[in-house]
Design a protein around this ligand. Structure first.
Ligand SMILES: [Zn+2]
Length: 199
């Protein structure tokens, strides 16, 4: 997998200062469903409470895509409200979709929170400023965010999120079919992720 990382100031979105944000589709933490997300053997399935945020941005603008599979309304939260030096980052799950793309779920938990304790015991922790998926680093006194461009990236935030921290608006693009990992399996022959499925 190659990871072209485009400088982008938001966890998920935006190169421009006023728009450092991430789109989201559910605002109250809920049990991560094994049907909607996660294979049955995944440590995060049906056990971790969290809110899903999309982290993908348009390649040319660094903004969230105009189209969305998450419904007509989109909440955007400034990246630094959710992802900063006071949060911990964990690798949640990866799906090899039998196509050109991979789907990666990360978990962000405020340090010391119940979600953090849950993840610490079960998930691989990632360095905030040195991993292949999503980074937060400090440059010239402000936080800078990068994300991988060639995977479908979502994060689960484990605490409640106050919508007033961001904006809610109707998307200007098309509503796409929902992404589902329900039938996703890890392709044992995939040359890209080369994950061993085991027996
Ligand atoms: Zn793969």
């Amino acid at each position: 997998m190659s990871y072209n990382r485009t400088p982008n100031r938001s966890v998920p979105c935006h190169n421009r200062t006023p728009y450092r944000s991430v789109p989201c589709h559910i605002m109250e933490p809920h049990i991560v469903s094994a049907i909607q997300h996660g294979s049955h053997g995944s440590p995060i399935s049906a056990k971790l409470e969290g809110i899903f945020f999309s982290c993908n941005t348009e390649f040319n603008t660094g903004k969230p895509p105009q189209d969305s599979p998450y419904g007509r309304y989109r909440a955007e939260i400034p990246a630094e409200k959710l992802f900063n030096p006071n949060t911990n980052l964990y690798f949640g799950d990866l799906y090899c979709m039998y196509t050109a793309y991979h789907y990666v779920i990360l978990v962000i938990a405020p340090a010391g929170s119940p979600g953090d304790e849950f993840c610490k015991q079960r998930l691989p922790q990632l360095s905030l400023n040195d991993n292949k998926f999503l980074t937060c680093s400090e440059e010239h006194g402000s936080l800078v965010f990068h994300h991988a461009q060639d995977v479908i990236l979502e994060v689960i935030y484990t605490d409640p999120v106050d919508l007033s921290l961001g904006t809610v608006a109707e998307i200007i693009g098309h509503q796409l079919m929902s992404l589902s990992t329900a039938n996703a399996k890890k392709d044992p022959s995939c040359k890209t992720c080369n994950i061993s499925v085991g027996r």
